[in-house]
Design a protein around this ligand. Structure first.
Ligand code: RRO
Length: 312
């Protein structure tokens, strides 16, 4: 069966890649993704300057495989490191390169975008409007007017097709409002949903202590426990963004959840928590599992069932 897809005009041999933030801060990790069974790769969200991020422990898997909590705090090497990586990248490789940018201000996003545009590279930019973990910096995705203003500045600068990373939404009115903003920008080619479910709290029963250190234990939730929120966001935006694409992320641990994301409308599927826990060998397993499900159901390509979820 054919697991290939196209995102923002770039061909991927298969629909899978890492969720930004996981296995992608340093060149060695990006190299491991290149050598893995993934269809693509995306870098850790970059800020203008290098950041150490929040104090540890700042990521933990939660018991029974329900998911993870993180408050990494945007640790990254600074945008020049990723720009340098993008300059050196071998674009004859089968995998397109996605670059995530998460400026701490619109001015920083503008400076970073201008540097990438100036470099004129065939990588695809994804602007992260949804980091939940930097104290004092609310998620832009929850301030729809501010997100609109940011896009009004950034979309014309970027010119080429690009994407944005959205936080999860929980109200139909918010799906409508965000979609209306996204639909204003022709070169905004795709949305990636969802970032982690922000500001959960995990507490250990025995020690009566928060599991992670930053922000009194508050952190973004990922993994299986966010699957249904992710599917709803993917499908809500798939229905509302004709002519654009959705990348699904959230709760994918096996081929089954990947199939459900595509059924909800995903054109590609990113994996965070499960990649962090299992490592890049996971991509070969999940491709095999998705292939088996498609064969059993008689689907030869992902287009045949993308967005075709039935309702009662
Ligand atoms: O680095 C982080 O704390 C982080 C980011 Br930028 C993000 O977008 N999502 C997340 O769960 N963690």
């Amino acid at each position: 069966v054919d697991l290939s897809t196209t995102i923002a005009g770039a061909h991927l041999d298969n629909v899978f890649f890492n969720a930004s933030g996981v296995w992608c801060q340093h060149e060695e990790e990006l190299q491991a993704l290149l050598e893995s069974g993934s269809g693509s790769l995306i870098t850790k969200s970059a800020t203008y300057e290098h950041r150490e991020g929040n104090p540890s422990p700042r990521y933990l898997p939660l018991p029974s495989g329900i998911g993870s909590i993180n408050s990494m705090g945007l640790p990254n090497e600074g945008y020049e490191y990723y720009l340098n990586y993008a300059r050196k990248f071998d674009y004859t490789h089968a995998k397109p390169l996605f670059i995530s940018l998460s400026g701490l201000s619109l001015a920083d996003n503008v400076k970073m975008v201008e540097a990438f545009v100036q470099a004129n590279l065939p990588c695809i930019l994804e602007v992260n409007f949804s980091c939940p973990n930097v104290p004092g910096k609310p998620q832009l995705g929850y301030d729809i007017d501010a997100m609109d203003a940011a896009l009004a500045t950034l979309a014309p600068l970027i010119k080429k097709p690009f994407g944005i990373k959205l936080p999860p939404y929980f109200d139909i009115a918010h799906f409508d409002q965000v979609a209306a903003v996204v639909n204003k920008y022709d070169n905004l080619a795709y949305v990636t949903c969802i970032n982690s479910v922000g500001n959960g709290l995990a507490i250990d029963l025995d020690t009566e202590t928060a599991l992670i250190k930053p922000k009194d234990g508050f952190g973004g939730l990922g993994g299986l426990m966010v699957l249904n929120t992710a599917l709803a966001n993917v499908n809500a935006f798939y229905r509302r963004l004709p002519g654009k694409q959705v990348i699904g992320v959230g709760g994918v641990v096996s081929g089954k959840e990947a199939f459900l994301h595509i059924l909800a409308g995903a054109s590609a599927v990113q994996i965070g928590t499960q990649l962090k826990e299992e490592g890049p060998a996971m991509f070969d397993r999940i491709k095999k599992e998705l292939t088996e499900i498609m064969e059993k159901k008689g689907y030869k390509s992902v287009e045949e069932f993308r967005g075709k979820v039935k309702t009662l």
